[in-house]
Design a protein around this ligand. Sequence first.
Ligand code: CKP
Ligand code: MG
Length: 312
Amino acid sequence: MDVLSIGETMVVFAPKEVGPMRYAHDFTTHIAGAETNTLIGLEKLGIKTGWISQLGNDELGYKILSFVRGEGINVDAVHLTDDAPTGLFLKEKNRQDQTRVHYYRKGSAASLMTTSNIDEEYVAQFKYLYVTGITPALSENCKDTIFHLISVAKKLNLKIIFDPNLRLKLWNEAQARETLLNIISLSDIVLPGISEGAFLFNERSEKKIAQNIIALGASTVIVKLGSEGAYYENDEHVGYAKASKNVEVVDPVGAGDGFAAGFIAGYIDGLSLHDAVEQACNAGALVTTVKGDVEGLPSKEEIKQLKNNINT
Ligand code: CKP
Ligand code: MG
């Protein structure tokens, strides 16, 4: 298997109506969590993945488990617990079409993960570990678990890929900055958004952000610039890439995870750094065209179609 990840996945309830959620009556449900969003994206691009997590031994837990399994992800390392419920969140849309997320995940099953959730033999089956800054924000024990997993993965020669995914609803700025910088210093490939880079290094320029990350020890950095594409840098290549075509945004949440999937799949498939980043931009763009965080994750064919459209 190729890519292993660890994190919390939740059921999302999204009101059909636009406006304050207190007046909402009808909700659609989706499954979302940054790490499984990326793993699902990778499976769609032909990469074999596995997921370490903990869900409640409850109806929402079963719903998530069968959905994630159904997308092809190995779930042997997903544990069901009676000690806490599965987390969930609500996605509210206001009149300006802005999305607000409300979490109901404090004390959730995933937040109770400890180092005992990490089985070295399971980790040893993979070549890459993909982590995001959400998991260490869930609880102190989750933070310890992430650092333990990274050290096990490094010992077993897995490459570490990190998306900072800053979530200030989950922890304070000082805690976030310290932990995210520590994880960056242990990572091979880092995928920050431009505003996350600005938060971490007090720098507005993508080049300065990338240089700071490389100075901490990473070999490849890709700074996401939203609809402007992304800046990439390693010791051989530096440049910009963009989605092949502008798309109509329906739901922006999950774009970063689609980006990660597009990039990691391209990297594993041996594309040039530029082409892997372009594939990432295309995958991220396509995620935003569909409601839900994973429903718009593209296949290789769909990425090709988006590319071809612009050339005709
Ligand atoms: O940075 P993105 O918009 O790609 O991340 C979205 C995900 O895990 C979303 O699915 C949600 O479940 C979360 O980030 C989160 O915990 O905020
Ligand atoms: Mg993100």
